[in-house]
Write a protein that binds this ligand. Structure first.
Ligand SMILES: Cc1cc2nc3c(=O)[nH]c(=O)nc-3n(C[C@H](O)[C@H](O)[C@H](O)COP(=O)(O)OP(=O)(O)OC[C@H]3O[C@@H](n4cnc5c(N)ncnc54)[C@H](O)[C@@H]3O)c2cc1C
Length: 481
């Protein structure tokens, strides 16, 4: 692609990033081929190529809005299939690192459901276009190309003999395990620089039958880590799922032991900074064994920095930047990549792949710096970074600033609104350094600190929990704001 519009685009990987990219490409090119080594299920079931699909997922409003704009009707289809739209911060009971968050009226939202349901609904919406051909059970072996240009890929279907798929544009969306580096090296091309900020996150998840009414009438629950006291992080969430289920995900940073056995699950939840997760799970019935995932550090590639980035190749989604999943940014980042691709291909003046890649890389910067900055603060986080914002004094200042904002955000609706906009990727993170926001942090009135989970009596009744058994005590204001 030298500024000409591509006739045939080949998308490698049919995860969230690949599916959205294929949909967008179908608006601009003659034909699109989407390949994946898995068989893509016709029902909302787990598949091997998306191991993270076993764990709690939250689609932030920024990603949900982009997907809705690309694929109108997606949100309604998800809700009709049992997904829940959670208002933030109102419908989340969360113990942040700085304390309990007041349940101020919602200013943003997230969609909660199982990952297989999300993938199924979005895939059905996205891949219906007649220009898209899906090749399943097809493994990408290497890229093909010559003269600094990528011209296709070598693939094998059902383990058969390798065949060549030619394309004017190849999009790598093969996720965290992308073999982009060896593929480029195989073509005699340099690989992009890479930053890694790896807090050693581990995830452990189990599904439960929730008490009747709980998935619709009880808030999502989150207990964040206590890493600021110099110990490894330990977290827990309970989210509602379709089918009257709860998904409970427990997670750790490097140095803390992840509960991998059924008999350890509840005990770990009990020892979080507050036992609310364990209290809830005791009211529910386990439906599955414990599923475990590791290697979920932040990793960013910088293809846009290479002056000789090959024509005909783009990289997006987790293959471009993978995030610590605790922040729930990966799918929204994939959606942002697709929207950036759409915008670039829709320009009156056709542009080369280096420029398109630069535009795609720019939209992952906010989620990258939000996640990487926080994770650098964890005990024994392994950092190998070229990003100057993650080095030296700068990072200490950023961490101190984040702590100061966090402690006010949980107590001020005005500050919380801006922070929630930034965390949900609806406002640029640079907003947090604006004069307007800095002045707000000095002048905003703070609500009293909460000393326990702000649960309403009617919510406690749903799960049959006695308010006195919660550490808040009955004399603590339950909900303010
Ligand atoms: C534990 C965990 C929890 C997460 N929670 C959230 C969350 O709450 N919210 C959120 O927004 N994000 C979350 N994420 C991130 C999110 O899952 C991803 O960012 C998002 O799905 C985009 O992924 P992707 O499509 O780029 O890659 P993937 O989902 O990894 O998809 C890659 C695809 O490529 C295929 N593939 C790979 N190699 C080959 C090959 N050689 N040949 C053919 N096919 C191949 C795979 O089969 C797969 O289908 C979480 C991630 C993890 C690990």
């Amino acid at each position: 692609m030298n500024g000409d519009r591509p006739g045939h685009a080949l998308v490698l990987g049919a995860g969230m990033a690949g599916v959205l990219a294929a949909h967008v490409l179908a608006r601009h090119v003659d034909t699109v081929t989407l390949v994946d080594r898995d068989v893509l299920p016709d029902t909302a079931e787990h598949r091997r190529g998306v191991p993270q699909g076993r764990h709690a997922h939250l689609l932030w409003s920024n990603g949900a809005r982009i997907i809705e704009a690309l694929l109108p009707g997606t949100t309604d289809r998800l809700l009709a299939a049992g997904a829940r739209r959670i208002g933030f911060p109102e419908d989340l009971v969360t113990l942040t690192t700085q304390g309990w968050q007041h349940r101020f009226p919602a200013t943003q939202f997230a969609v909660l459901c199982s990952r297989p349901l999300l993938d199924l609904v979005i895939r059905r919406q996205a891949l219906g276009h007649g220009r898209i051909t899906v090749r399943q059970s097809t493994e990408v072996l290497e890229l093909t190309g010559a003269g600094g240009r990528v011209t296709g890929a070598l693939v094998s279907t059902d383990g058969g003999a390798p065949t060549r798929l030619a394309a004017d544009l190849v999009v790598d969306a093969t996720g965290r395990a992308s073999r982009l580096r060896p593929w480029l090296e195989g073509l005699g091309l340099p690989a992009p620089e890479e930053d890694v900020v790896d807090a050693g996150i581990g995830y452990s998840t189990r599904l439960f039958a929730a008490p009747p009414g709980a998935t619709a009438g009880f808030p999502a629950v989150n207990v964040a880590s206590d890493h600021e006291v110099g110990r490894p992080g330990r977290f827990g969430v309970v989210y509602p799922l379709e089918g009257g289920r709860w998904i409970a995900t427990l997670s750790v940073t490097r140095g803390a032991e992840l509960p991998t056995r059924e008999e350890d699950f509840l005990g770990f939840a009990e020892r979080l900074r507050h036992p609310i997760v364990a209290d809830l799970l005791r009211t529910a019935e386990p439906l599955t064994p414990v599923f475990v995932s590791r290697s979920t550090g932040n990793r960013r590639r910088y293809p846009e920095r290479l002056p000789e980035w090959p024509e005909g190749l783009l990289v997006l989604g987790d293959s471009l930047t993978g995030f610590n999943p605790v922040y729930g940014h990966g799918m929204s980042a994939a959606a942002r990549c697709a929207a950036a691709l759409d915008e670039q291909l829709g320009r009156d003046e056709p542009v080369g792949t280096h420029r398109i890649q630069a535009a795609i890389s720019a939209v992952v910067d906010d989620p990258w710096i939000l996640a990487a900055t926080t994770d650098v603060g964890y005990v024994d986080c392994r950092t190998r970074a070229t990003d100057p914002r993650l080095l030296g004094m700068d990072i200490q200042q950023r961490l101190g600033f984040a702590r100061a904002i966090g402690s006010r955000s949980i107590r001020s609706p005005e500050i919380c609104e801006v922070v929630t906009d930034v965390m949900s990727l609806n406002r640029p993170q640079s907003e947090l350094g604006s004069n307007r926001f800095l002045s707000l942090t000095r002048t905003a009135e703070l609500h009293p600190e909460l000393t326990g989970p702000p649960l309403r009596p009617e919510e406690l009744a749903i799960v049959d929990l006695d308010p006195r058994s919660l550490r808040s005590g009955p004399d603590v204001p339950l909900v303010r704001g």
